[in-house]
Design a protein around this ligand. Structure first.
Ligand code: SF4
Length: 423
Protein backbone atom coordinates (compact mmCIF):
# COMPACT_ATOMS: atom_id res chain seq x y z
CA UNK A 1 0.00 0.00 0.00
CA UNK A 2 1.43 3.37 -1.03
CA UNK A 3 1.67 6.15 1.54
CA UNK A 4 2.96 9.16 -0.40
CA UNK A 5 2.12 11.74 2.27
CA UNK A 6 3.84 10.02 5.17
CA UNK A 7 6.58 8.14 3.29
CA UNK A 8 9.32 10.43 4.67
CA UNK A 9 7.99 10.58 8.23
CA UNK A 10 10.18 8.69 10.68
CA UNK A 11 8.89 7.01 13.85
CA UNK A 12 10.67 9.66 15.97
CA UNK A 13 9.23 12.40 13.68
CA UNK A 14 12.61 14.03 13.19
CA UNK A 15 12.09 15.68 9.79
CA UNK A 16 14.37 15.16 6.78
CA UNK A 17 16.55 18.19 6.06
CA UNK A 18 16.78 19.56 2.53
CA UNK A 19 19.47 17.17 1.16
CA UNK A 20 17.62 14.16 2.61
CA UNK A 21 14.32 15.36 1.20
CA UNK A 22 15.92 15.84 -2.22
CA UNK A 23 17.48 12.36 -2.11
CA UNK A 24 13.98 10.96 -1.53
CA UNK A 25 12.77 12.69 -4.72
CA UNK A 26 11.87 16.01 -3.13
CA UNK A 27 11.55 19.17 -5.25
CA UNK A 28 11.36 17.03 -8.41
CA UNK A 29 7.71 18.09 -8.84
CA UNK A 30 8.78 21.72 -8.47
CA UNK A 31 11.36 21.32 -11.26
CA UNK A 32 8.87 19.49 -13.46
CA UNK A 33 6.09 22.05 -12.95
CA UNK A 34 8.19 25.20 -13.36
CA UNK A 35 10.43 23.99 -16.18
CA UNK A 36 8.09 21.85 -18.28
CA UNK A 37 4.47 22.67 -17.44
CA UNK A 38 2.41 25.82 -17.84
CA UNK A 39 0.47 26.96 -14.77
CA UNK A 40 -2.73 25.93 -16.52
CA UNK A 41 -1.36 22.41 -17.14
CA UNK A 42 -0.73 22.05 -13.38
CA UNK A 43 -4.30 23.20 -12.67
CA UNK A 44 -5.61 20.68 -15.21
CA UNK A 45 -3.61 17.80 -13.70
CA UNK A 46 -4.89 18.59 -10.19
CA UNK A 47 -8.42 19.01 -11.51
CA UNK A 48 -8.33 15.63 -13.26
CA UNK A 49 -6.92 13.99 -10.13
CA UNK A 50 -10.25 14.82 -8.38
CA UNK A 51 -8.34 15.92 -5.27
CA UNK A 52 -10.88 17.24 -2.76
CA UNK A 53 -9.90 19.66 0.01
CA UNK A 54 -8.77 17.90 3.18
CA UNK A 55 -9.59 20.75 5.57
CA UNK A 56 -13.20 19.73 6.14
CA UNK A 57 -15.36 21.06 3.32
CA UNK A 58 -14.13 18.66 0.62
CA UNK A 59 -14.37 21.17 -2.24
CA UNK A 60 -12.54 20.04 -5.42
CA UNK A 61 -9.11 21.70 -5.30
CA UNK A 62 -8.47 22.06 -9.04
CA UNK A 63 -11.89 23.62 -9.53
CA UNK A 64 -11.21 26.14 -6.75
CA UNK A 65 -8.03 27.14 -8.58
CA UNK A 66 -9.94 27.77 -11.83
CA UNK A 67 -11.93 30.59 -10.15
CA UNK A 68 -8.80 32.74 -9.83
CA UNK A 69 -8.53 35.44 -12.52
CA UNK A 70 -5.66 34.61 -14.90
CA UNK A 71 -3.69 36.33 -17.63
CA UNK A 72 -1.97 39.70 -17.97
CA UNK A 73 -5.07 41.67 -16.95
CA UNK A 74 -5.60 39.76 -13.69
CA UNK A 75 -5.37 41.88 -10.51
CA UNK A 76 -1.98 41.71 -8.76
CA UNK A 77 -0.61 40.59 -6.43
CA UNK A 78 -2.29 37.21 -6.14
CA UNK A 79 -1.96 35.16 -2.95
CA UNK A 80 -1.87 31.54 -1.88
CA UNK A 81 -2.64 30.91 1.79
CA UNK A 82 -2.00 27.60 3.50
CA UNK A 83 -4.54 27.16 6.28
CA UNK A 84 -2.53 25.45 9.01
CA UNK A 85 -4.70 26.72 11.87
CA UNK A 86 -5.74 23.23 12.97
CA UNK A 87 -7.72 23.56 16.19
CA UNK A 88 -10.88 21.44 16.27
CA UNK A 89 -11.02 18.86 19.10
CA UNK A 90 -9.80 15.49 17.81
CA UNK A 91 -8.02 16.93 14.77
CA UNK A 92 -4.21 16.77 14.76
CA UNK A 93 -3.34 15.36 11.33
CA UNK A 94 -1.74 18.44 9.74
CA UNK A 95 0.63 18.69 12.66
CA UNK A 96 2.10 15.30 11.72
CA UNK A 97 2.86 16.56 8.20
CA UNK A 98 4.34 19.86 9.32
CA UNK A 99 6.51 18.38 12.05
CA UNK A 100 7.49 15.24 10.17
CA UNK A 101 8.07 16.49 6.61
CA UNK A 102 7.98 20.30 6.36
CA UNK A 103 9.63 20.43 2.91
CA UNK A 104 6.75 18.42 1.43
CA UNK A 105 4.35 21.17 2.44
CA UNK A 106 6.64 23.92 1.18
CA UNK A 107 7.07 22.19 -2.17
CA UNK A 108 3.29 21.73 -2.37
CA UNK A 109 2.80 25.42 -1.67
CA UNK A 110 5.29 26.57 -4.32
CA UNK A 111 3.80 24.30 -7.01
CA UNK A 112 0.25 25.36 -6.10
CA UNK A 113 1.22 29.04 -6.03
CA UNK A 114 2.75 28.61 -9.50
CA UNK A 115 -0.49 27.01 -10.74
CA UNK A 116 -2.57 30.03 -9.74
CA UNK A 117 0.25 32.45 -10.67
CA UNK A 118 0.49 33.78 -7.11
CA UNK A 119 3.17 36.28 -6.19
CA UNK A 120 3.12 35.74 -2.44
CA UNK A 121 2.29 32.72 -0.26
CA UNK A 122 1.39 32.77 3.44
CA UNK A 123 1.62 29.82 5.77
CA UNK A 124 -0.95 30.61 8.45
CA UNK A 125 -0.06 28.38 11.41
CA UNK A 126 -1.82 27.69 14.69
CA UNK A 127 0.17 29.58 17.32
CA UNK A 128 0.31 26.62 19.72
CA UNK A 129 2.19 24.52 17.13
CA UNK A 130 5.60 25.79 18.25
CA UNK A 131 7.49 22.69 17.09
CA UNK A 132 5.92 22.96 13.62
CA UNK A 133 6.80 26.67 13.51
CA UNK A 134 10.50 25.99 14.21
CA UNK A 135 10.76 23.20 11.68
CA UNK A 136 8.87 25.08 8.99
CA UNK A 137 10.96 28.21 9.49
CA UNK A 138 14.14 26.16 9.08
CA UNK A 139 12.80 24.44 5.95
CA UNK A 140 11.69 27.76 4.43
CA UNK A 141 15.18 29.19 5.00
CA UNK A 142 16.73 26.09 3.36
CA UNK A 143 14.39 26.43 0.38
CA UNK A 144 15.34 30.11 -0.07
CA UNK A 145 19.02 29.15 0.20
CA UNK A 146 18.68 26.61 -2.60
CA UNK A 147 16.77 28.94 -4.93
CA UNK A 148 13.42 27.15 -4.58
CA UNK A 149 11.88 30.37 -3.26
CA UNK A 150 12.53 34.01 -4.07
CA UNK A 151 13.30 35.59 -7.43
CA UNK A 152 13.43 33.61 -10.70
CA UNK A 153 13.06 30.15 -9.13
CA UNK A 154 15.35 27.61 -10.91
CA UNK A 155 15.78 30.14 -13.72
CA UNK A 156 12.11 29.65 -14.72
CA UNK A 157 11.20 33.33 -14.55
CA UNK A 158 8.67 32.59 -11.78
CA UNK A 159 9.16 34.32 -8.41
CA UNK A 160 7.49 33.67 -5.08
CA UNK A 161 7.88 35.01 -1.54
CA UNK A 162 6.67 32.71 1.24
CA UNK A 163 5.97 33.94 4.78
CA UNK A 164 5.23 32.04 7.97
CA UNK A 165 2.57 33.70 10.14
CA UNK A 166 1.31 32.39 13.48
CA UNK A 167 -2.34 32.86 14.41
CA UNK A 168 -3.92 34.76 17.28
CA UNK A 169 -4.95 31.46 18.86
CA UNK A 170 -8.70 31.46 18.19
CA UNK A 171 -10.79 28.89 16.33
CA UNK A 172 -12.22 31.55 14.02
CA UNK A 173 -8.73 32.27 12.66
CA UNK A 174 -9.08 28.93 10.85
CA UNK A 175 -12.38 29.88 9.20
CA UNK A 176 -11.14 30.98 5.81
CA UNK A 177 -12.58 34.49 5.71
CA UNK A 178 -11.82 35.03 9.41
CA UNK A 179 -8.29 33.95 8.58
CA UNK A 180 -8.06 36.64 5.90
CA UNK A 181 -9.22 39.31 8.35
CA UNK A 182 -6.72 38.02 10.89
CA UNK A 183 -3.85 38.15 8.37
CA UNK A 184 -4.80 41.74 7.59
CA UNK A 185 -4.43 42.53 11.30
CA UNK A 186 -8.15 42.77 12.01
CA UNK A 187 -10.42 40.90 14.42
CA UNK A 188 -10.99 37.33 13.18
CA UNK A 189 -14.65 37.62 12.27
CA UNK A 190 -15.90 36.01 9.07
CA UNK A 191 -16.64 37.97 5.90
CA UNK A 192 -19.85 37.86 3.87
CA UNK A 193 -19.65 35.81 0.67
CA UNK A 194 -19.82 36.63 -2.21
CA UNK A 195 -17.35 37.96 -3.20
CA UNK A 196 -15.35 34.76 -2.72
CA UNK A 197 -11.64 34.91 -1.83
CA UNK A 198 -10.60 33.53 -5.23
CA UNK A 199 -11.56 36.88 -6.74
CA UNK A 200 -11.48 39.21 -3.71
CA UNK A 201 -9.47 37.85 -0.81
CA UNK A 202 -6.46 39.14 1.07
CA UNK A 203 -6.33 42.96 0.81
CA UNK A 204 -9.02 42.66 -1.88
CA UNK A 205 -6.84 40.59 -4.23
CA UNK A 206 -7.39 37.08 -5.65
CA UNK A 207 -6.53 34.52 -2.96
CA UNK A 208 -6.67 30.75 -2.78
CA UNK A 209 -6.83 29.13 0.66
CA UNK A 210 -5.93 25.44 0.87
CA UNK A 211 -5.40 23.08 3.77
CA UNK A 212 -2.01 21.54 4.69
CA UNK A 213 -2.91 17.95 3.73
CA UNK A 214 -4.42 19.16 0.45
CA UNK A 215 -1.25 21.03 -0.52
CA UNK A 216 0.98 18.11 0.46
CA UNK A 217 -0.80 15.96 -2.15
CA UNK A 218 0.04 18.35 -4.99
CA UNK A 219 3.74 17.46 -5.61
CA UNK A 220 2.82 13.76 -5.80
CA UNK A 221 0.05 14.42 -8.31
CA UNK A 222 2.42 16.49 -10.48
CA UNK A 223 5.13 13.80 -10.26
CA UNK A 224 3.00 10.74 -10.87
CA UNK A 225 -0.14 11.99 -12.59
CA UNK A 226 -3.86 12.20 -11.98
CA UNK A 227 -4.62 8.55 -12.86
CA UNK A 228 -2.08 7.26 -10.34
CA UNK A 229 -3.67 9.46 -7.67
CA UNK A 230 -7.17 8.23 -8.46
CA UNK A 231 -5.89 4.64 -8.30
CA UNK A 232 -4.77 5.07 -4.68
CA UNK A 233 -8.36 5.18 -3.49
CA UNK A 234 -10.85 2.39 -2.95
CA UNK A 235 -13.87 4.50 -3.84
CA UNK A 236 -14.90 7.44 -6.02
CA UNK A 237 -13.01 9.96 -3.85
CA UNK A 238 -9.39 9.82 -4.95
CA UNK A 239 -6.05 9.57 -3.13
CA UNK A 240 -5.06 8.47 0.32
CA UNK A 241 -6.26 10.09 3.53
CA UNK A 242 -4.72 10.83 6.88
CA UNK A 243 -7.27 9.23 9.17
CA UNK A 244 -7.03 10.04 12.87
CA UNK A 245 -8.45 8.18 15.86
CA UNK A 246 -8.75 9.46 19.42
CA UNK A 247 -10.61 7.96 22.37
CA UNK A 248 -10.36 4.58 24.08
CA UNK A 249 -8.41 2.75 21.39
CA UNK A 250 -5.09 1.03 21.99
CA UNK A 251 -2.98 3.32 19.76
CA UNK A 252 -4.60 6.73 19.22
CA UNK A 253 -2.95 8.56 16.35
CA UNK A 254 -2.85 9.07 12.61
CA UNK A 255 -2.63 6.53 9.77
CA UNK A 256 -2.38 7.17 6.05
CA UNK A 257 -4.76 4.75 4.34
CA UNK A 258 -6.55 4.58 0.98
CA UNK A 259 -9.51 6.94 0.76
CA UNK A 260 -12.62 4.84 1.38
CA UNK A 261 -11.11 2.59 4.06
CA UNK A 262 -13.90 1.41 6.37
CA UNK A 263 -14.40 2.73 9.89
CA UNK A 264 -13.70 -0.76 11.25
CA UNK A 265 -10.32 -0.94 9.45
CA UNK A 266 -9.37 2.54 10.63
CA UNK A 267 -10.13 1.49 14.21
CA UNK A 268 -8.06 -1.66 13.66
CA UNK A 269 -5.16 0.50 12.47
CA UNK A 270 -5.39 2.17 15.89
CA UNK A 271 -5.14 -1.22 17.60
CA UNK A 272 -8.88 -1.65 18.17
CA UNK A 273 -10.78 -0.76 21.34
CA UNK A 274 -8.98 -0.90 24.69
CA UNK A 275 -9.58 -3.98 26.83
CA UNK A 276 -13.02 -3.83 28.47
CA UNK A 277 -14.42 -1.10 26.21
CA UNK A 278 -16.99 -1.52 23.45
CA UNK A 279 -17.56 0.87 20.56
CA UNK A 280 -20.83 2.79 20.71
CA UNK A 281 -20.39 5.43 18.02
CA UNK A 282 -17.84 7.67 16.37
CA UNK A 283 -17.79 11.34 15.44
CA UNK A 284 -16.10 10.74 12.08
CA UNK A 285 -14.59 14.02 11.01
CA UNK A 286 -13.51 16.25 13.86
CA UNK A 287 -15.85 17.67 16.50
CA UNK A 288 -18.37 19.28 14.14
CA UNK A 289 -19.80 16.20 12.44
CA UNK A 290 -22.78 13.97 13.32
CA UNK A 291 -22.31 10.76 15.32
CA UNK A 292 -22.20 7.55 13.29
CA UNK A 293 -23.40 4.56 15.36
CA UNK A 294 -21.31 1.38 15.69
CA UNK A 295 -23.55 -0.58 13.32
CA UNK A 296 -22.13 1.45 10.41
CA UNK A 297 -18.57 0.29 11.08
CA UNK A 298 -18.24 -1.36 7.70
CA UNK A 299 -19.01 1.83 5.84
CA UNK A 300 -16.20 3.43 3.81
CA UNK A 301 -14.88 6.67 5.30
CA UNK A 302 -15.20 8.95 2.31
CA UNK A 303 -17.09 12.12 1.46
CA UNK A 304 -20.07 10.51 -0.29
CA UNK A 305 -20.59 7.46 1.98
CA UNK A 306 -20.71 9.54 5.15
CA UNK A 307 -23.07 12.00 3.57
CA UNK A 308 -25.40 9.10 2.74
CA UNK A 309 -25.81 8.32 6.49
CA UNK A 310 -26.33 11.98 7.41
CA UNK A 311 -22.81 12.74 8.62
CA UNK A 312 -19.73 14.28 7.03
CA UNK A 313 -16.16 13.32 6.32
CA UNK A 314 -14.91 16.64 7.74
CA UNK A 315 -11.21 16.30 8.53
CA UNK A 316 -11.38 12.48 8.66
CA UNK A 317 -10.20 12.41 12.26
CA UNK A 318 -12.64 10.39 14.34
CA UNK A 319 -13.43 10.64 18.03
CA UNK A 320 -14.53 7.34 19.51
CA UNK A 321 -17.36 7.07 22.03
CA UNK A 322 -17.17 3.87 24.08
CA UNK A 323 -19.78 2.22 26.30
CA UNK A 324 -18.19 3.43 29.54
CA UNK A 325 -18.10 7.14 28.70
CA UNK A 326 -21.06 9.43 29.34
CA UNK A 327 -22.34 10.73 25.99
CA UNK A 328 -23.93 13.76 27.69
CA UNK A 329 -20.58 14.72 29.22
CA UNK A 330 -18.86 14.22 25.87
CA UNK A 331 -21.36 16.54 24.18
CA UNK A 332 -21.03 19.08 26.99
CA UNK A 333 -17.26 19.15 26.48
CA UNK A 334 -17.64 19.70 22.73
CA UNK A 335 -20.25 22.43 23.11
CA UNK A 336 -18.15 24.13 25.78
CA UNK A 337 -15.39 24.40 23.19
CA UNK A 338 -17.66 25.84 20.52
CA UNK A 339 -19.31 28.29 22.96
CA UNK A 340 -15.88 29.52 24.04
CA UNK A 341 -14.70 29.92 20.44
CA UNK A 342 -17.80 31.74 19.11
CA UNK A 343 -16.60 35.08 17.74
CA UNK A 344 -19.78 36.79 18.99
CA UNK A 345 -20.59 38.37 15.63
CA UNK A 346 -24.16 37.05 15.40
CA UNK A 347 -26.77 36.66 18.14
CA UNK A 348 -27.97 33.04 17.69
CA UNK A 349 -24.43 31.74 18.06
CA UNK A 350 -23.20 34.21 20.69
CA UNK A 351 -26.19 33.62 22.99
CA UNK A 352 -27.32 30.17 21.87
CA UNK A 353 -24.11 28.22 22.35
CA UNK A 354 -23.57 29.23 26.02
CA UNK A 355 -27.23 28.32 26.64
CA UNK A 356 -26.65 24.88 25.08
CA UNK A 357 -23.56 24.46 27.24
CA UNK A 358 -25.50 25.37 30.42
CA UNK A 359 -28.36 22.98 29.58
CA UNK A 360 -25.96 20.10 28.93
CA UNK A 361 -24.10 20.92 32.11
CA UNK A 362 -27.34 20.79 34.13
CA UNK A 363 -28.49 17.51 32.56
CA UNK A 364 -25.10 15.89 33.03
CA UNK A 365 -24.90 16.58 36.77
CA UNK A 366 -28.52 15.55 37.39
CA UNK A 367 -30.19 18.99 37.55
CA UNK A 368 -31.93 18.64 34.20
CA UNK A 369 -35.68 18.72 33.49
CA UNK A 370 -37.52 16.80 30.73
CA UNK A 371 -38.23 20.07 28.87
CA UNK A 372 -34.46 20.71 28.61
CA UNK A 373 -34.38 18.13 25.84
CA UNK A 374 -36.93 20.17 23.86
CA UNK A 375 -34.87 23.31 24.44
CA UNK A 376 -31.73 21.54 23.21
CA UNK A 377 -33.58 20.27 20.13
CA UNK A 378 -34.82 23.82 19.50
CA UNK A 379 -31.26 25.13 19.57
CA UNK A 380 -30.11 22.37 17.23
CA UNK A 381 -32.75 23.63 14.81
CA UNK A 382 -32.33 27.40 15.21
CA UNK A 383 -28.55 27.36 15.07
CA UNK A 384 -28.68 25.19 11.95
CA UNK A 385 -27.34 25.83 8.44
CA UNK A 386 -28.11 29.23 6.94
CA UNK A 387 -29.28 30.77 10.24
CA UNK A 388 -25.94 32.13 11.43
CA UNK A 389 -23.24 34.14 9.72
CA UNK A 390 -20.71 31.31 9.45
CA UNK A 391 -20.58 27.55 9.84
CA UNK A 392 -19.30 27.42 13.44
CA UNK A 393 -22.74 27.25 15.07
CA UNK A 394 -24.28 24.81 12.53
CA UNK A 395 -21.16 22.65 12.88
CA UNK A 396 -21.49 22.73 16.67
CA UNK A 397 -25.08 21.53 16.32
CA UNK A 398 -24.22 18.46 14.25
CA UNK A 399 -23.00 16.25 17.13
CA UNK A 400 -25.77 17.64 19.38
CA UNK A 401 -28.56 16.90 16.91
CA UNK A 402 -27.43 13.34 16.28
CA UNK A 403 -26.53 12.81 19.98
CA UNK A 404 -30.00 13.86 21.12
CA UNK A 405 -31.56 11.21 18.96
CA UNK A 406 -28.97 8.41 19.35
CA UNK A 407 -28.55 8.79 23.12
CA UNK A 408 -32.05 9.86 24.13
CA UNK A 409 -32.29 7.10 26.75
CA UNK A 410 -29.02 8.25 28.32
CA UNK A 411 -30.32 11.82 28.56
CA UNK A 412 -33.58 10.59 30.12
CA UNK A 413 -31.72 8.45 32.67
CA UNK A 414 -29.76 11.51 33.84
CA UNK A 415 -33.01 13.42 34.29
CA UNK A 416 -34.92 10.55 35.92
CA UNK A 417 -32.17 9.44 38.31
CA UNK A 418 -31.01 13.03 38.98
CA UNK A 419 -27.36 11.99 38.61
CA UNK A 420 -24.90 10.88 35.98
CA UNK A 421 -25.14 7.07 35.69
CA UNK A 422 -21.46 6.94 34.65
CA UNK A 423 -20.11 8.52 37.83
S1 SF4 B 1 -21.83 31.73 13.76
FE1 SF4 B 1 -20.70 32.21 15.64
S2 SF4 B 1 -18.59 32.18 15.04
FE2 SF4 B 1 -19.79 32.38 13.15
S3 SF4 B 1 -20.01 34.59 12.82
FE3 SF4 B 1 -21.75 33.97 14.05
S4 SF4 B 1 -21.06 34.38 16.16
FE4 SF4 B 1 -19.23 34.29 14.90
Amino acid sequence: METPLTGNIRPDREPPDLPEYERAGGYRALRKALLSMTPWKVVEEVRSSMLRGRGGAGFPTGMKWTFVPKGPDAPRPKYLVCNADEMEPGTFKDRLLMEGDPHQLIEGMIVSAYAIEADVAWLFLRVEYALSAGRLAKAIAEAYGKGYLGKDILGSGYSLELYLHTSAGRYMCGEESGLLNSLEGKRATPRAKPPFPAVCGLWGKPTVINNVETLCNVPHIVNRGADWFKGLSRTGDSGTKLYGVSGRVRRPGISELPMGTTIREILESAGGMQEGYRLRAVIPGGASTEFVPAEHQDMPMDFDSLQAVGSRMGTGTMIVLDDRTCPVAMLRNLEQFFARESCGWCTPCRDGLPWVEKLLDAVEVGRGEPEDLELLAMHAKFLGPGLTFCALAPGAMEPLRSGLSLFRDDFLRHIREKRCPWR
